[in-house]
Ligand binder design. Structure first.
Ligand SMILES: NC(=O)N[C@@H](CC(=O)O)C(=O)O
Ligand SMILES: [Zn+2]
Length: 424
């Protein structure tokens, strides 16, 4: 099987190619990247006016299977990923049961091989049942193929246990995905602490809730030498800590989610629980700092923290609703609209943060359009104007604050191992 992608604008940070190239795919591999390829192919894709980029990689996704299939399954979540342009996603272990042993990892891998057209890399939990008390079977999970460990949704408050987990993670060359939230400081907070929370009569989550644990985790990463990845950074303080850690040559990377670089706590509508997520939407000062961090490449990665919840669960008071919003199908248009089109990052930086850097961080032979590489490719029409409509999502989750948002940029094709898995 030969597929030819014609007339596209290739953006490939790995090979420093940026410009008009055709790509020939033979079987599951990229065979040629050249100007004006004149070769017969079984399928020709016209990528005129579109970006052709290495398949996008999302390092932070919740798929909810097993245990919460009414929110999302591997099937619906992976379809949502494909529609959003993602060819690889890392999935968080806060399912039921929790992914805390090798048998659960094997179950996920088997289910993914049956139900998913995109690559799924499971993340194991740090402690058994994410209870923060006893270490999970990290070594056995590593052998079963996890890409890292995370207590996402919680923080392991016992620094002794966490340090031990980091030591193991270093031994097995895993990444520690850190959800930084001090359990004692957060109290009953449901949105950013500030004037808006006061006016809505809602309990606040202050920046120190995040910054205290970010700083602890960086100190422990320096001690243990583990690869630390800071999930969903939302504060200026965490950004500064990340910058300083990089200057100190500590092995740390950081991700930011689109909602955290677009919305502020001023946007929170107290009657709309789609504005409730963890970490919360922060102040304008924080959002400006995050944008600056993205521009200066202090922040390496854009991830979605796709966290689907059922309508009935979200359809309650702001206090009672679960934290989380979906993101797989909106990440590309939101990033183009809010960052690229505003001149904050270049298209190349976008590809770095959504493909090349995640691949590098995960140690994957992906994130590149070099000849001979596996043909994981995303095609994006950056100019396509549209209005986000949650009813068009293939994800089971419709919980997004971006419903009715005017955006530009649409994924037209997603290809995994040479096979088109999504086409608009
Ligand atoms: N991000 C969220 O708001 N929710 C996540 C868990 C988490 O990361 O806190 C979820 O699993 O729903
Ligand atoms: Zn989290």
């Amino acid at each position: 099987m030969k597929t030819l992608i014609k007339n596209g604008h290739v953006i490939d940070p790995a090979t420093h190619k940026e410009g008009a190239y055709d790509i020939l795919i033979e079987g599951d591999k990229i065979a040629k990247v050249e100007k004006n390829i004149q070769e017969e192919a079984d399928k020709v894709i016209d990528a005129n006016n579109a970006w052709v980029v290495p398949g996008l990689i999302d390092m932070h996704v919740h798929l909810r299977e097993p245990g919460f299939e009414h929110k999302e399954t591997i099937k619906t979540g992976s379809k949502s990923g494909a529609k959003g342009g993602f060819t690889t996603i890392c999935t968080m272990p806060n399912t039921n049961p929790i992914i805390d042993n090798e048998y659960m990892v094997e179950y996920l891998n088997l289910k993914a091989s049956r139900d998913s057209a995109i690559n799924i890399l499971p993340i194991g939990s740090v402690t058994k049942g994410q209870k923060g008390e006893e270490l999970a079977n990290i070594g056995n999970m590593a052998k079963a193929g996890i890409c890292g460990i995370s207590e996402d949704g919680h923080t392991v408050m016992n620094a002794g246990i966490y340090k031990k987990a980091m030591t193991y993670s270093k031994m097995f060359d895993l990444i520690v995905f850190a959800h930084c939230e001090d359990k004692d400081l957060v109290g009953k907070g449901v949105m950013n602490a500030g004037d808006k929370a006061l006016s809505l009569g809602l309990a606040g989550i202050s920046n120190d809730v995040e910054d205290v644990i970010t700083s602890r985790d960086i100190i422990l990463a320096r001690q243990t030498g583990t690869k630390l990845h800071l999930c969903h950074i939302s504060t200026k303080g965490s950004l500064k800590l990340l910058e300083r850690a990089k200057e100190d040559k500590i092995d740390v990377t950081g991700e930011v989610c689109p909602h955290h670089f677009i919305l502020t706590d001023e946007d929170v509508d107290g009657f709309d629980t789609n504005y409730k997520m963890n970490p919360p939407l922060r102040s304008k000062v924080d959002v400006e700092a995050l944008k600056e961090g993205l521009k200066k490449d202090i922040i390496d990665i854009i991830a979605t923290d796709h966290a689907p919840h059922h309508y009935d669960e979200k359809n309650t008071t702001f206090d009672e609703a679960p934290f989380g919003i979906v993101g797989l199908e909106t990440a590309v248009p939101l990033t183009i609209t809010a960052l690229v089109n505003k001149g904050i990052i270049t298209p190349k930086q976008m590809v770095e943060k959504m493909s090349y850097n995640p691949a590098k961080r995960l140690g994957l032979d992906k994130g590149s359009l070099a000849e001979g590489k596996t043909a994981d490719i995303t095609i994006i029409n950056p100019n396509k104007k549209h209005t986000i409509d949650v009813n068009t999502f293939v994800s089971k989750g419709k919980n997004s604050p971006f419903h009715n948002y005017e955006v530009r940029g649409m994924v037209t094709h997603t290809m995994v191992s040479g096979k088109v898995v999504f086409e608009s």
